[in-house]
Design a protein around this ligand. Structure first.
Ligand code: UTP
Length: 456
């Protein structure tokens, strides 16, 4: 694309300012900027700005209806065993893939690297990625089947994620079973809908939200690869739960028996005002309702048992049917807007960082896809066993709370065997994911030999 062609593309949308430093750039930078303009879709950005910023829908009269859930704790042993066996069968036949969305910027954590590389301070020093990889290895061992692992990164953390896996020898997994692909980006705009420059020759580009994952999976060839491998069930999850049971056979078995387009693991809200999205039918379509959107009287409504009516909280833990995903991908992603601080350049081309929000970012949310599902099935699980989020640098949902939860769970399993460890214990996921794999005799020896409580 030439400079004139770029100008012609931008002028109708009032975006020609993107070329205002063109003359000051080196010829290589000029070529690069023209390529960025070529890849830009100014019409989509203009439409998003008009729809989400200028004319946002403010009075949507949605009707909400509660969604039933099954509590794992209420299932009898026979039922649990049936789920386990049926899940293992699917895994053994190679019908299950893991799909991790790890393209977030992790701004609340303030960690300058891929969130999955974060060390939450366990005695073993294992990162979130390592905990997940070892759980995949564990389930492969239990089932005898291979689990392909699709990892969505972002352009910002892609290379570093690859390096981290290489550095750690893919945590013992076969590199061939892991695919990495970056999600797409969208430029941010200012208050007037003008696309921001991140630098004199660089258009701002932020990850297009977790909902960018399905398109990215398709464009990377991941969807085709899943078909080729005979995948039927996609275990979909977020990067920052230190207790996530990747491809849990109980859950796969549950999803298979319920036979819905989407099955989700949830945890019960601790109180009505907890900041977590909940499941409900919105205008009869399966949905996740953000806590900010749930009217207070509904948030506080209870069942005769005293349980919250809208009490099943989202923990980004789902099983999607591949057939459903392929169909749902034909629908446009729905974007949301966030008012945020984005670094840009001033009229003189100097980098500036505003203190107050200066930009609108457009982001798609993965769960918007669920409204195209015929129905969903919910499995409430125990928070202490399955949900230790790492969102903040300190305080609630931080590395400290997550580490404490992992250690408390492992230690409770050891105590249940009648052993009395002198310190908190960390059990390798390769050894144990549910507690039921442990044997007292064997464990005592390992405990005695461990210098720091970490048991491999
Ligand atoms: P969060 O909503 O917690 O966002 O992501 P985040 O970017 O990790 O953290 P903050 O809000 O900036 O502090 C939930 C999951 O969705 C993924 C994240 O990596 C995480 O697994 N995600 C989020 C993406 O993959 N891409 C995105 O653009 C946003």
């Amino acid at each position: 694309m030439t400079f004139e062609e770029a100008l012609k593309k931008l002028i109708p949308y009032g975006q020609e300012h993107l070329l205002r430093f063109y003359e000051a750039l080196s010829s290589e930078e000029q070529r690069d900027l023209l390529q960025q303009v070529e890849a830009l879709d100014p019409k989509t950005i203009a439409d998003l700005y008009q729809r989400l910023v200028v004319h946002p829908k403010t009075h949507i009269k949605d009707s909400l209806r509660a969604m039933d859930s099954v509590a794992f704790q209420d299932l009898d042993e026979a039922q649990r065993n049936r789920y386990w066996q049926s899940g293992l069968e699917e895994l053994q036949k190679g019908h299950v893939a893991a799909f991790l969305v790890a393209g977030g910027q992790g701004s609340r954590l303030g960690f300058d690297g891929p969130k999955g590389a974060y060390d939450i301070g366990l005695p073993s020093g294992k990162s979130l990625f390592q905990l997940q990889a070892e759980r995949i290895a564990h389930i492969q061992k239990c089932s005898g089947g291979l689990i392909p692992w699709y990892i969505m990164t972002s352009p910002q953390n892609h290379e570093e994620t690859l390096r981290f896996f290489q550095l750690h020898n893919h945590f013992g997994l076969d590199p061939e079973q892991i695919s990495f692909f970056p999600q797409g980006t969208l430029p941010s705009v200012d208050e007037n809908g003008r696309i921001l420059l991140a630098d004199k020759g660089r258009i701002s580009a932020n990850p297009d939200g977790s909902g960018g994952c399905f398109r990215a999976l398709k464009e990377s060839g991941g969807l085709k690869d899943m078909r080729r491998r005979g995948i039927r069930w996609i275990f979909f999850y977020g990067v920052d739960n230190a207790l996530v049971r990747v491809c849990d056979p109980y859950f796969i078995g549950f999803a298979k028996e319920q036979d819905k387009d989407v099955a989700s693991k949830t945890v019960r809200k601790t109180h009505s005002a907890e900041h977590v999205g909940v499941y409900a039918y919105r205008n009869d379509a399966p949905s996740i309702i953000e806590y900010t959107e749930l009217p207070q009287e509904l948030a506080e409504a209870t069942l005769p048992s005293g349980k919250l009516l809208y009490g099943s909280g989202n923990i980004i833990n789902h099983v999607l049917k591949l057939d459903f995903l392929e169909k749902a991908l034909h629908f446009e992603a729905a974007y949301h807007v966030a008012h945020k601080v984005v670094e840009t350049v001033d009229e003189a081309g100097q980098k500036v960082r505003s203190i107050t929000p200066n930009a609108y970012k457009f982001e798609a949310l993965y769960f918007d896809l669920f409204r195209h599902a015929q129905d969903m099935a919910l499995l409430d699980v125990e928070r202490r066993e399955e949900f230790a989020p790492v969102k903040n640098f300190e305080g609630v949902d931080s590395k400290d709370t997550a580490r404490q939860m992992v250690l408390a769970l492992c230690t409770s399993w050891v105590r249940a065997l009648g052993l009395t460890p002198h310190r908190e214990v960390e059990l390798s996921p390769l050894l144990c994911m549910y507690g039921k794999e442990l044997e007292a005799n064997d464990l005592q020896e390992r405990l005695d030999a461990s210098p720091n409580g970490a048991i491999e």
